[in-house]
Design a protein around this ligand. Structure first.
Ligand code: T4K
Length: 376
């Protein structure tokens, strides 16, 4: 008989900077008295992140959602934007906050990313961009998306919230599309407590984004357009500078945990695990299983509820689909017959606990619990 975990096991646990190193950073900030508004820590973080992501133009923001909202402004998007329903609310909402209509495209069964064969049929004269998500850090079909964008003169704005550090055939994930957004929320593989970044293709986009995050103020007394307050502060930037040094070892530890999960769940009927893709450097940001009731005997929801009894707090990322939210459900593209795979996958997925400090015996116990639940 397996006992429940003594303490809840959450899907993630944030990476934390070394306390002594953080204190040293705080002393520098205290001495400078500069707490926000593009101080030295933010400047240093932008430099470090540009190097890590191999990009020339990068800006940091107070969170990923504001970054996405401002990216829409930088690219002057309007009308309709084609996106995925299988994502966090922020993706579609950032469009809606810009008075842009999200048009939902069905996803692929294996990658959970937008099915590029479905994009062209959704393009209308009002379409201005494609906004794909590299969901769970798995890269989209970047080449096909760019081909379609070029053919129809559309912008590509990647929601790369989950894809920090991912590479495709050695190229940084930030290389693709017009702009990519990375979320630095505490639940992410790399974070600044709250925060986010945009990577751009040219210096003018960065200049505009920097002004938009600072109320639209361009220089001194020149207010060019209605901006917002999307600035990251110096203390959070310091966290980001320190955590960047840990990100590679975090990815390495998560890879080991992921492989252990895959190995232990391999033989469980009805539990489908993710696979690595050739040519991709993954970041192992989430460990997601699909629960096939026909094989496992219980539905995803039943497994989720049972895991709670063992103090395993899994998450149904991403259920419900954005297309089924009250605010979007009446759109033509949201209708279930247009999104069969997304609706099916959203009912099957479950994210299990994964972070770099997770104990192997905890993974073994979670897998043993999943097997025991199946046997009833
Ligand atoms: N695009 C995509 C595709 C996204 O996934 C997201 C955010 C965005 C855009 C927007 O980026 P941000 O504006 O957030 O930068 C979380 C996050 O809040 C959200 O950032 C994330 N995606 C989304 C997928 O997940 P919740 O409400 O599910 O998280 P929560 O609070 O339940 O946390 C999960 C577990 O993590 C907790 O059970 C315990 C643990 N945890 C959490 C926090 C915050 C900690 O141990 N410590 C903590 O400080 O939304």
């Amino acid at each position: 008989m397996l006992e429940p975990f003594a303490k809840p096991l959450y899907i993630t646990q944030p990476l934390l900077p070394d306390m002594d190193e953080m204190n040293e950073m705080l002393k520098v900030i205290w001495a400078s008295k500069q707490l926000s508004n593009n101080g030295n820590m933010v400047k240093q973080l932008e430099k470090d992140l540009s190097a890590y992501l191999n990009t020339d133009f990068l800006s940091v923001f107070s969170n990923g959602t504001v970054a996405l909202q401002l990216a829409c402004k930088v690219l002057r998007l309007s009308g309709e934007v084609i996106t995925t329903p299988f994502t966090f609310a922020a993706t579609a909402h950032s469009l809606a906050w810009n008075n842009i209509k999200p048009v939902f495209c069905d996803i692929e069964e294996d990658s959970f990313n937008m099915n590029t064969d479905r994009i062209e049929s959704l393009i209308t004269q009002n379409t201005t961009a494609i906004m794909p998500v590299h969901v769970f850090g798995y890269p989209c079909n970047v080449e096909k998306i760019q081909q379609i964008a070029d053919k129809y003169g559309l912008k590509v704005l990647y929601d790369a919230a989950h894809a920090f550090g991912v590479k495709v055939n050695g190229k940084s994930i930030a290389d693709f599309g017009d702009i990519s957004m990375f979320s630095f929320h505490a639940t992410k593989i790399y974070h600044t407590i709250e925060g986010g970044a945009l990577t751009f293709k040219d210096p003018y986009q960065k200049e505009r984004a920097d002004s938009l995050r600072n109320f639209g103020i361009r220089n001194g007394e020149n207010v060019m357009e209605p901006g917002t307050n999307g600035k990251l502060n110096e203390i959070q930037a310091a966290v980001g500078i320190l955590l960047l040094k840990q990100v590679e070892s975090e990815i390495e530890s998560r890879k080991e945990i992921t492989n252990l999960y895959r190995q232990l769940l391999k033989e469980v009927p009805g539990i489908i695990t993710s696979k690595d893709i050739d040519g991709v450097d993954h970041n192992y940001s989430y460990f997601v299983i699909r629960v096939d009731k026909a094989g496992y005997g219980l539905s995803r929801d039943e497994l989720y509820d049972k895991l709670l009894e063992y103090n395993v707090i899994a998450r149904k990322y991403f259920y419900p689909l954005c297309s089924n939210f009250q605010c979007y459900k009446d759109f033509p593209s949201s209708q279930k017959e247009n999104l069969p795979i997304a609706n099916k996958i959203s009912d099957m997925v479950l994210s299990l606990p994964l972070h770099g400090r997770m104990q192997k015996n905890d993974v073994e116990k979670i897998c043993a619990i999943i097997k025991a639940i199946q046997k009833g």
